[in-house]
Design a protein around this ligand. Sequence first.
Ligand SMILES: Cc1cc2nc3c(=O)[nH]c(=O)nc-3n(C[C@H](O)[C@H](O)[C@H](O)COP(=O)(O)OP(=O)(O)OC[C@H]3O[C@@H](n4cnc5c(N)ncnc54)[C@H](O)[C@@H]3O)c2cc1C
Length: 489
Amino acid sequence: MKKAIFWFRRDLRLEDNTALFQCLNEHDVVIPVFIFDKSILEKLPKADKRVEFIWHCIQHIKTKLNAIGSDIIVVHDYPREIIQLAIEHQVDSVYCTEDYEPDAISRDQFVRDELSKNNIQFKNFKDTVIFAKREILNQQGQPYHVFTAYKNAWRAKLHSSNFHHYCSEDLLEKMVKLPKSELMSLESIGFEKTSIGDKPLVGANHAHKLFADFKTDKAQYYKENREFPSISGTSFLSTHFRFGTISIRQVVREILELSDVAMGRFREGCDTWLNEIIWRDFYFQILFNDPHVVHTSFKPQYHNFPWQTDAVLFKAWCEGQTGYPLVDAAMIQLNTLGYMHNRMRMLTASFLTKIMLIDYKMGEQYFAEKLLDFDLAANSGGWQWSASTGCDSQPYFRIFNPMTQSKKFDSEGLFIRKYLPIFADVPTKFLHAPWEYQKELQALGIKLGKDYPLPIVNYVEARKATLMCFDDFLKSTPKATQDSERESE
Ligand SMILES: Cc1cc2nc3c(=O)[nH]c(=O)nc-3n(C[C@H](O)[C@H](O)[C@H](O)COP(=O)(O)OP(=O)(O)OC[C@H]3O[C@@H](n4cnc5c(N)ncnc54)[C@H](O)[C@@H]3O)c2cc1C
C-alpha cells in the first residue's frame, strides 16, 4: 500500500488541484492534513477575517470528505509538525503546492531536508499560477522586468497544457477512511468570529458563483466598469485566488473559451481581465526572482530614499481622516470590508507615498494587515508601482490628484456617500473638494474641522515638495545605481 500525506496550504479545494491529483494518482491511500500555522497566527489580531475565511474553507473540505467516509487531519502547530505526522503515519511522501514567498521557500526546504533524513519524499507542484519562477524568460535568459514584454511572452507561450484540468475530484475514493470529527473551533486557536459570514464577497463557497456571474454578465462591461468603485464591476475573486478556492487554470481556460466565441465588448472584457491575471503571474515571478522586494525597493536607486514616517499623518490615512473624501471613503472600505477597489488602492497608495511622502513600507504593511486578499507578491508589486520604486512602476512624477480622480471615477459621489454617511444628503459638487464649500456645508449642518476633517495636507504644496524631493534625490544618486532595468525587452 503506497501511502502519502497531502498538505493543504494555499490551495484549499479538492477540485482541479494539481498537487492533490498527483498525490492521489501515485498512491493507494492519501491522508489530507491542514496546519493552522502558529508561527503565522501568533502575529495576527484576535479578530482576523482571513483566519475565519480559512476556517470556513477547511470546514467545507471536511464536509465534502465526511460525505465519502474520510476526513481531514487539522492541527494547530508549527509547520514542522508535518514531519512528525509523516513519520507517525508511515507515508512515503508528502505532497503540496509550491509556494513562492521567501519564508515559505525556506520552510519547505527545511521540511524537505528533515523528511529526507527519514526517507520520506517532499514533492511540490505548481498550482497557484499559470507560469511560475523562471518559465517566462527574455532573449537573454533573464526574467522580464517590463510588464508588456512579459505579457506578450506569456501569451505566446500559453498552450492548452498550461490550463489542463487535473481531475483530483475523480480520485477522492483514495482519501483515507477516517471517522468524522469536529473541526477545532476558532476560539480554541485563539481567534474570534468576525463579520465575514455576512459579506457575500468573502463567503468561502462563493468562488464559483462569483466566476459564473463574471462570465455571464460582468465580463462584457469589465473594461469600462472596473474603473468605478461604486459599481460592482470586477470579479471579487482575489481572495479566492489567494487561498486557492478556485483553480487559476479553470478561470483561464474558461475565459479563453468565452473570448473565442465572444464578440465586441465581451471579448474586450475577457481580454482585459486576462491581462490582470497576467499581472498576478508577473508579480509572482518578480517575488521569486527578486525576493529583495520584500525588504527593500526593487530599484536599487531608491534604497536610501528619504521617506517620512510622520505618525500623525499616517494615522489619519489609516483611519480615513485625511479630509480628502475619496481617499477616506476608500480607507473606510478597507477597514470595514477587508477589501479595496483596485483604483482606490492606487489612489490611497499614491496619496500616502506622494502626497504625504510616507514610506510605502508602512502602507504596504497596513494593507497586509487589513486585506482579506493580501498576497505578498501583488501587494508588494502594487505598493512599489505606486511609490515608483518597483519593477515597471509608474514614473515618480505621476501623482494621482484626489480631486480629479473623485470627479472622474465617482462623479455622482455614490462611493463617497456609501462610506462617509455624513455626506449622504450633500449635493455632489461639494463632495470632491469640500473645503471649498465650507459655508454651504455649514448651512447643511456640517462643520469642517469638527464633523469631517479639513485637508490634513495641502495637495498642491505637497505635490510640489514631493517632486522636488524626488528630483533632488535622483540628482544626488550616482548614475551607476540608477537603473538596472532592461527597457529593451
Ligand atoms: C497598492 C496595491 C496593493 C494591492 N494588494 C493586493 C493584494 O494584496 N492582493 C491582491 O490579490 N491584489 C492586490 N492588488 C491588486 C488589485 O487591486 C486586486 O487584485 C483587485 O482589486 C482585486 O479585486 P478583483 O478580484 O475584483 O479584481 P479583478 O479586476 O476581477 O481582477 C481579476 C484578478 O486579477 C488579479 N489582479 C488584478 N489586478 C491586479 C494587479 N494590479 N496586480 C496583481 N494582480 C491583479 C487578481 O488576482 C484579481 O482577482 C493591489 C493593488 C495595489 C495598487
